[in-house]
Design a protein around this ligand. Structure first.
Ligand SMILES: Nc1ncnc2c1ncn2[C@@H]1O[C@H](COP(=O)(O)OP(=O)(O)OP(=O)(O)O)[C@@H](O)[C@H]1O
Ligand SMILES: [Mg+2]
Length: 307
């Protein structure tokens, strides 16, 4: 398994965990973590080569995820780098969505879910007692397989999150900026007050990405975001992902091997054991994973021999 190596432990850990002294200033009066708690340190912003950096943004260390007594995945250790697109691939049921949901605590919303091991974000334990899952989900947004706009106008879909969060500033500007970043502005600028359900599926998916961007995340998780879309809309989303990578980090689950090969910097291959436990086989540069993977199971999967 390819692992990142770092030359400097401060780089690997990013922002240190809040100590008791820090937590006084880093936690607001209502117990929610302040922004500072999740800010990357100067060290964690430093870049390097893929093999040397990693500029870690999210790290999973020996992660197991349970639904009740059922261990859905086990022993997942991997790093998600900044300004990278990481693809999670593998057969149905191997735990891709389960792992993805763990990266922004979306799994907290599924009763009976339990996580063992550690997930850290900018070096801080994402499941720590002092961490507010809502703040986690603002910083690490999620786009689902089926576009899920709210039954509201295009404008209100985008403005919803910023309003709830009490974000300051000109709402027209916030909406325009998010729609522009999602490559949708030109298509919808004359119909912002119309219902989002009147958009095509591909436009609705870009609206959902824009809705995610409006609250200024730094990671976007995408669970098969193109599986309900035609090839042209899929191409637009892929172009958009490449564009967004300049400013965001993206983790995408996909069953489309070409898509993983086209858009991602690194690919993780998961498999499932006979007793249905999902495991990660390897993670490496996407080019290597698709041309010369280390594990024969990866090769069999990416060449379509099994899966
Ligand atoms: N809410 C849930 N409750 C109980 N078990 C679940 C739940 N969600 C997923 N599982 C189980 O966890 C395992 C991993 O499921 P998961 O949905 O993460 O797989 P996946 O790799 O995303 O599959 P697919 O490619 O079909 O989407 C499966 O055995 C599945 O049945
Ligand atoms: Mg899934």
């Amino acid at each position: 398994m390819a692992t990142y190596t770092t030359t400097d432990t401060s780089q690997k850990t990013g922002t240190p965990m809040a100590t008791d002294a820090q937590s006084t200033s880093d936690v607001s009066s209502d117990g929610a973590p302040s922004k500072a708690m999740f800010e990357p340190s100067a060290n964690s912003r430093r870049s390097g080569t893929l093999r040397e950096k990693p500029n870690p943004l999210i790290e999973c260390d020996d992660l197991s995820i349970f639904y009740g007594d059922f261990r859905a995945v086990s022993g997942i250790s991997m790093v998600f780098g900044k300004n990278e697109i990481t693809a999670l691939i593998g057969p149905s049921g191997c735990g891709k969505s389960t792992v993805l949901r763990t990266l922004n605590r979306m799994n907290d919303l599924i009763p009976g879910t339990r996580v063992e091991g550690r997930v850290s974000y900018h070096g801080q334990d994402m499941y720590g007692k002092e961490v507010d899952p809502i703040e986690v989900r603002r910083r690490i947004g999620m786009v689902f397989q089926k576009p899920n706009p709210f039954p509201k106008s295009i404008f209100d879909n985008i403005a919803f999150g910023p309003r709830v969060l009490g974000m300051k500033g000109d709402m027209d500007g916030i909406v325009e900026s998010a729609l522009t970043r999602a490559a949708l502005w030109d298509e919808v600028k004359d119909r912002l007050r119309t219902n989002a359900f009147g958009m095509s599926g591909g436009q609705q998916q870009r609206l959902c990405i824009a809705r995610c961007l409006a609250v200024e995340p730094d990671v976007i998780l995408m669970d098969e975001p193109c599986s309900a879309l035609d090839p042209i809309s899929t191409g637009k989303i892929e172009d958009l992902m490449m564009e967004l990578r300049k400013d965001y980090s993206i983790v995408i689950v996909t069953h489309n091997m070409q898509q993983a090969a086209r858009v991602s910097d690194r690919t993780a291959f998961f498999t499932v054991t006979e007793d249905r436990v999902g495991q990660m086989v390897e993670i490496d540069d996407t080019e290597k994973m698709f041309t010369n993977p280390s594990d024969s199971r990866t090769e069999a999967y990416v060449t379509g021999k099994v899966g």
